[in-house]
Design a protein around this ligand. Sequence first.
Ligand code: ARG
Length: 274
Amino acid sequence: MKNVFKKFAAIAIVAVVATTGLVGCGKEESSLDKIKESGKLIVGTSPDYPPFEFVISENGKSKIVGADIDLAQKLADKLGVKLEIKAMDFDALIPALQSGNVDAVITGMTPDEERKKSVDFSDIYFKGENAVLVKSEDADKIKSEDDLKKSKIGVQKGSTQEVYVRDGLKLTDFKGLTSVPDLIMDMKNGNLDAIVLNSKVANINQGKYDGIKVLENLKLTSGGEEEAMAVALKKGDNEALLKVLNEEIKSLQDSGEYDKILANAVDLVSKEEK
Ligand code: ARG
């Protein structure tokens, strides 16, 4: 009996040494291998940003759609894996990436220097710009960035628009809210004068809600003009994965397919409104 026990213990020790030994000397698995092995690409997104990501109802069920979702599907197809979308608040996405809850974040995220310290980015798949949304009756009040500075501004929490208002316009008295619809409601309720957000998203919202208007002639400077978008990944061995993603992004762009994806998403928003 005792001998049998000893034998078991010996085998167990050998097994532990063998596995830890393997992990210890082998190179850590690349993110591409990990995704391929799991058979799915888990993408985090904040679906409050039409036409990039938004929610529609289909046969009584809600569904997350948009240009970023189509892009995510193309990337998953290219990787030969299934796509799983996880919706969450915008400011929860980078933490979700870092904790390994999602493999990638595709949510109109701008690859700025601050974020590059904590996550990796693909090449840019969309180069947009920011715009300012106001109540229609205020459309003549804000003519310059200086006028904007005197207004009560709302931005999405954790966004580059927040960085622009805080560091570019050097304001402390602005409001950061979790989602874009929350911002619009807050402005309609009279608590905000202006919202800074992507011009495409701003235009879509102008069509969606009554009484709000995009300031067409207001030029933003102070670092708030651009709204580029890229796929974010947890920092790590992403070389092989980024190669696949960047190749697919380039091919979608060169073939004009990305423009179609975006146009379809815009169509989908307008259908949803009727
Ligand atoms: N481009 C901005 C940023 O990276 C805003 C993105 C907001 N995206 C969203 N799905 N709400 O911060």
